[in-house]
Design a protein around this ligand. Structure first.
Ligand code: PLP
Length: 467
């Protein structure tokens, strides 16, 4: 039984192997070899189980990806069947029934005429491939100077060179190199930390005016694309002011700039729809990227869907030699596509999009109660994604005096109490599996409350914070 607790010796041994040999994402090399991350050995539904046998609610649904929850036999069987019938086919010279079917399903789900789908291996490669399509597009059309990508502060778009260059989290940018000549960052659309004295509507005007001024300063003929998460996810679930996306898209249309909606987190039900760009924000981008929820995290897959009108400009017999020379050995991997199709069937059969639309207001309202705690500056979110933003004091909204360890401290307490939190510096992100029900939401909120209260007590005792 994979979920049975391991003995103390086995746990110690595995943790030693991990600390000695495993390098994990965002590894702190300062602390390399000192401490292993939580060893998880099983999972079911909305719960994960640690090596000591404790059951924890998976607050972040893995990494915003476990839409239908753990332990879905239908997905495992679809993968096993595909692995036995044809484990792999080269997308360079063949295709598979599942890749064809999945592309067609995704084309149906995306807004507008976004009916061409390119598969990748995850979110970073989806963003990277979308951006490289844009480069290809403009180079092919004879305007190689149209190269600059507009992105925003607080954005996260991935960990390839180009997608990471679009990310706007300054603390991640200290020791790595980035394509600085290709990417220009605009202000983070963070209404909570908007300039003092500015209304939310005024802040929206400010962001749009800043964007237009930047386009004009750079020269529209040099600006190729605007990439934006509908809600900035790992930037702290930042929700742009109402109307922002529509106005940003109008600017892009005005200056012939392609829009890329990075829906790696927001697609496949997180906001109660297959894709959120049109259904929630009223925009039809030229490209949407997806990953994570497309397979509910059972196996890696990502991709982008692109507008027929855009593709047609560089396709067809009159465009001799037009080749988009970008792709992966595992583009459209049949086992991943089979998992995605099974995942989509579950979402449909169980009405999970409707379920999210129904339960999200309860989830949001319950979490908002935490704003009464002195350490909590704001709780924000939409659908089944939310963020608890901790501050030194509610007036200054300054997170920096507390900083990095606060989220980690809350997470440590919550894990003892039975909840995994996704700490990001001073913030705790919650994005549970879409199948979550009210009693589990109640439990999640109760544990999070206790975790924050215990952290408040610790900080006060250590003289690091006063209520
Ligand atoms: N885009 C967004 C909005 C993301 O949140 C992420 C990952 O969290 C990525 C892209 C990168 O995806 P992946 O980690 O699958 O490469």
């Amino acid at each position: 039984d994979a979920a049975a607790p391991l003995g103390a010796n086995a746990v110690a041994e595995l943790e030693a192997l991990a600390t000695r040999h495993l390098v994990q994402p965002w590894e702190s090399l300062e602390h390399l070899g000192q401490e292993a991350r939580t060893l998880l050995t099983g999972a079911e539904g909305v719960y994960v189980r640690d090596a000591r046998g404790n059951r924890l609610i998976d607050g972040p649904a893995g990494m915003w990806c476990m839409q239908v929850g753990y332990g879905r036999r239908a997905i495992a069987e679809a993968m096993a069947e595909q692995a036995m019938s044809m484990a792999y086919n080269s997308p360079w010279y063949s295709t598979s029934p599942v890749a064809a079917e999945l592309a067609a399903r995704i084309a149906e789900m995306t807004p507008g005429d976004l009916d061409h789908v390119f598969f990748t291996t995850g979110g970073s490669t989806a963003v990277d491939s979308a951006l490289r399509f844009v480069q290809f597009f403009n180079n092919y059309l004879g305007r190689p100077e149209k190269k600059i990508i507009l992105s925003r502060g607080g954005a996260y778009h991935g960990s390839t060179y180009l997608s990471a260059s679009c990310s706007g989290k300054e603390r991640d940018k200290v020791y790595l190199d980035f394509a600085k000549d290709l990417v220009v960052h605009l202000s983070a659309p963070n209404p909570y930390r908007r300039p003092e004295g500015m209304s939310v509507e005024g802040f929206c005007d400010f962001l749009i005016e800043e964007m237009e001024a930047k386009i004009l300063e750079l020269g529209p003929e040099r600006v190729a694309a605007f990439i934006a998460e509908p809600i900035l996810a790992s930037g702290g679930v930042l929700m742009p002011p109402p109307g922002y996306h529509r106005r940003a898209q109008a600017l892009c249309r005005k200056y012939d700039i392609l829009t890329i909606s990075d829906e790696v987190v927001t697609a496949f039900g997180r906001l109660g729809h297959w894709f959120a760009s049109e259904a929630v924000f009223g925009i039809t981008p030229d490209i949407v990227t997806f990953a994570k929820g497309v397979t509910s995290g059972y196996v890696p897959l990502g991709g982008f869907a692109i507008s027929r009108a855009v593709v047609e400009q560089v396709a067809g017999p009159e465009n001799k030699g037009s080749v988009y020379s970008n792709g992966y050995t595992y583009s459209g991997h049949p086992v991943s596509c089979a998992a995605a199709l099974a995942n989509i069937r579950i979402i449909e059969q169980e009405g999970l999009l409707e379920h999210v639309r129904e339960i999200a207001p309860y989830f949001q309202a319950r979490l908002r109660e935490l704003e009464a705690l002195p350490l909590v500056g704001e709780v924000r979110g939409l659908g089944l994604m939310a963020c608890v933003d901790c501050v030194a004091d509610k007036q200054s909204k300054n997170p920096l005096a507390l900083d990095k360890e606060v989220g980690g401290r809350i997470d440590a307490h919550c894990q003892e109490l039975g909840l995994v939190v996704r700490p990001i510096y001073n913030m705790c992100v919650m994005s549970p599996p879409l199948i979550i029900e009210k009693p589990e939401i109640d439990r999640l909120v109760e544990i999070l409350r206790q975790g924050i209260e215990r952290t408040q007590d610790d900080l006060e005792r250590e003289g690091l914070w006063r209520r």
